[in-house]
Design a protein around this ligand. Structure first.
Ligand code: ADP
Ligand code: ZN
Length: 742
């Protein structure tokens, strides 16, 4: 008898239950299959993660009950990636698999959308046909329709009242009714004009050449740093095209939904015509659409996957290129378990696939920039806009002066911005107004002098905590009493609050009653399809002024926008986050890059209370490298990322004391077990209330760790967590390479 094979099965729905099962004789199972297995008296679903032929271990094992997928859903490489992710990000493997597979595929029942199809079996002979025509007109008609449509017609197209004639035809053996799987197409109804490759300029040519060379050798990941409008997308398109022609597949990651309709259009229109079908994966798809797109990729019916962060798990084989567009975007980080960073994971996947990877941005993340400086990534630069357009002119408006003049506060529009909008309306050009209203945490900002209350030890803004009525630093625990007036200029009108996009829309409409004003933010786009519509309206110039949050800062391309107004550049600057300056620089540069993308020259007006902040000044001069250099110094000085990896442990519970105590116990254990300081430097912080102290009735405490080596740090934390059970009333999360400090 051949040695029995056993399968390691990861059980659905629990943290990390993995059991061995016997594979029944004659049944083929590979890693990646979905199966049904017994646990005690229940039958549960799970994923086979490994097969072994070790005979000694097969004693007393229960057999797998049923194979529920007709193929392995996860490839060898994806399983390998899953294990890597689980270890690096301290996340249960079950969460990882759950993220990798669309929900529909993890169910037992097939989710394919099917329709009834009437298929021709055979036509009757002449004589019979003539009889039908005379005595059963309806049957004859139906039969002819089916026959004339190439032998198969969707039943619903045959019209109503066909049931009995149809049944008669079935009984006579001329036709049969079958279920046919139809693919849902998320872009049904859109047409894609074929787009031709542009002739690349010199810088683009060099970039393309380097990327294609890398397909031959095992090269480092590329950081493609090209100013906004430099034609990076055209480089991705041509690189992808070349790779597809060699029979390989391509994965393209774009930030969350904002980019998708436009990007998808650009990619589909280029590839479809060469018979390189594209599948799309993003959060605006219905479960059914997602399922179908995934299946097309798995079956090889689509060879290009475009999508937001989860597209890094696209079930493609033979991957020849991975592109991460706008690689600095924080939406690549998933903020629920598993808390992976899709850009970094894409680099790992490319390494496993042995294919080139291109990370592109006008404002690369400091993490990627750090990797260039350490020689881990190769830099490709594009310094000019494609077609030699000039960069938009950026003007900084000092809102302190505006506020002094104004009678009503807060001032939303400076005189210059109001005038610039009025002029655009007159000459029928479009305006984008940007307001980054983000987060719950509020800093104290003086509207007269622009002073923001900062920590004396950290060069970070303090956060106001209403509960204790204190200003707190979230990195070093420094505390102070909230100022009653500005500590600098003694103005008593120090602000803790701000205004949002809705308010701005109202005021804009009042100021310009004839203008068509639209708003685009998370509230608006909750409705499926709303984003696509709003962008489409703007593109067709049905809207004059578009007001929005980050959502409109990303990668959009509107040739008739000539004015971009940033209402309050300080909002992102004064957040209790060491990345505040980087985020501000990126936002301003990206928003500014929306202006002047056509033949018309662009203008950008930035309103700020802190006109001399480095992030604002470097953005104004379109100087990424200058910004990166000084920001890197600051990060190094405080051992912040990217020189160190930041890990946030968060304990949340309805029982406040318990949340705090749990984390303090973990803190003590971590302190006892800290590895050798010389070899593995780890900086352990203190247990503190999180910036968002209470959420959904839960109290939240956090503990920050910074480690030079992320894998050692993750392992260290995991070893401590595994030995110290967490009370069931507390939720403990571990966020490796955290972005959200909250
Ligand atoms: P990026 O992705 O770097 O922001 P895009 O790829 O969106 O830039 O390009 C900006 C604009 O320049 C687009 O309208 C694009 O069609 C155009 N463009 C890109 N490359 C060229 C080229 N080589 N010649 C002419 N126009 C180009
Ligand atoms: Zn501090």
């Amino acid at each position: 008898m051949p040695p029995s094979e056993t399968a390691k099965v990861l059980i659905d729905g629990v943290g990390e239950l993995i059991f061995d099962y016997l594979i029944p004789q004659g049944v083929t199972v590979e890693a990646g299959y979905r199966v049904k297995v017994p646990i005690q008296h229940r039958r549960v679903l799970g994923t086979v993660i490994r097969i072994s032929t070790d005979e000694s271990s097969s004693h007393n094992l229960k057999p797998i009950l049923e194979i529920i997928s007709d193929e392995p859903l996860l490839t060898e490489k994806l399983l390998q990636l899953a294990e890597w992710l689980s270890a690096y990000y301290c996340a249960p493997l079950e969460h990882v698999i759950r993220t990798m597979l669309p929900a529909s595929l993890r169910k037992e029942r097939s989710f394919d959308k099917s329709q009834k199809v009437v298929e021709l079996i055979k036509l009757p002979d002449e004589e019979e046909l003539l009889k039908l025509e005379k005595r059963a007109r309806r049957q004859h008609e139906l039969l002819m329709t089916v026959s004339n449509s190439g032998g198969a017609v969707a039943q619903r197209l045959l019209g109503t009242g066909v049931s009995s004639p149809l049944k008669a035809l079935v009984d006579k053996g001329y036709v049969r009714v079958a279920d046919e799987v139809v693919k849902r197409d998320p872009d049904a109804g859109d047409s894609f004009l074929p787009s031709q490759a542009l002739t690349l300029n010199e810088e683009q040519e060099v970039a393309l050449k380097r990327i294609l060379e890398a397909a031959q050798e095992q090269a480092k990941p590329f950081l493609l740093a090209g100013v906004t409008g430099s034609g990076k997308t055209e480089v991705y398109l041509q690189a992808a095209d070349a790779v597809l022609r060699t029979g390989k597949t391509v994965i393209i990651l774009v930030p969350e939904i904002a980019l998708t309709p436009q990007t998808v259009r650009r990619f589909k229109s280029r590839f479809d015509q060469y018979n390189h079908p594209v599948a799309v994966l993003h959060s605006d798809l219905s479960a059914g659409e997602r399922h179908d797109e995934w299946k097309r990729l798995r079956a090889g019916d689509a060879v290009v996957a475009i999508g937001a962060r989860s597209a890094v798990f696209a079930p493609l084989e033979n991957v020849g290129l991975i592109v991460v567009d706008e690689e600095h975007e924080t939406s690549y980080k998933q903020e629920s378990s598993p808390r992976y960073q899709a850009r970094d994971l894409a680099v790992v996947r490319a390494h496993m696939e042995g294919c080139p990877i291109v990370l592109g941005s006008a404002t690369p993340s400091l993490e990627s920039w750090h990797n260039v400086q350490r020689g881990k990534y190769e830099l490709i630069k594009i310094d000019k806009r494609a077609d030699d357009q000039s960069m938009p002119r950026i003007r900084i408006i000092d809102m302190r002066t505006e506020a002094r003049k104004a009678e009503v506060k807060p001032v939303i529009f400076s005189e210059k911005l109001r005038e610039a909008i009025r002029m655009r309306l007159e000459i029928k050009e479009q305006t984008i107004l940007f307001l980054n209203r983000r987060g719950f945490s509020r800093s104290a900002l003086c509207p007269s002098c622009g002073h923001a209350v900062q920590c004396p030890h950290c060069s970070l803004s303090l956060t106001y905590h209403r509960k204790d009525d204190r200003m707190v630093c979230h990195l070093c625990q420094y505390m102070s009493i909230p100022p009653k007036k500005c500590p600098e200029c003694h103005d008593p009108s120090i602000l803790f609050a701000g205004y949002g996009t809705e308010k701005v829309q109202e005021i804009t409409q009042k100021l310009f009653p004839k203008a068509k004003v639209a708003r685009l933010d998370a509230d608006i786009t909750r409705r499926k399809g709303a984003l696509k519509e709003a962008l489409e309206d703007f593109r067709k110039h049905k809207t004059d002024i578009l007001i929005g949050t980050q959502m409109i800062a990303k990668g959009l391309h509107f040739p008739t926008v000539t004015l971009v107004g940033v209402l309050n550049a300080d909002l992102s600057l004064h957040t209790p986050d060491f990345r505040a300056s980087e985020r501000t620089f990126q936002l301003l540069t990206q928003v500014a890059g929306r202006s002047g993308r056509g033949p018309l020259e662009g203008e950008v007006i930035i309103q700020t209370f802190t006109p001399h902040a480095p992030s604002i000044q470097y953005a104004r001069h379109h100087d990424y490298y200058g910004f990166a250099e000084q920001e890197m110094e600051f990060r190094k000085g405080f051992s912040y990322p990217p020189s160190y990896h930041m890990i946030v442990l968060l304990a949340a519970s309805k029982n406040e004391k318990l949340a705090q105590l749990t984390l303090e116990t973990i803190h003590t254990r971590l302190k006892e077990k800290l590895p050798d300081r010389e070899r593995f430097p780890i900086i352990l912080g203190e247990v503190l209330p999180a910036p968002l102290e209470k959420s959904h009735d839960e109290f939240r405490y956090q503990l920050l760790l910074r480690g030079a080596n992320p894998r050692v740090t993750s392992q260290f934390i995991k070893s401590v967590l595994d030995r110290n059970p967490i009370p069931p009333e507390v939720r403990l999360t571990c966020d490796v390479d955290a972005y959200d400090m909250g």
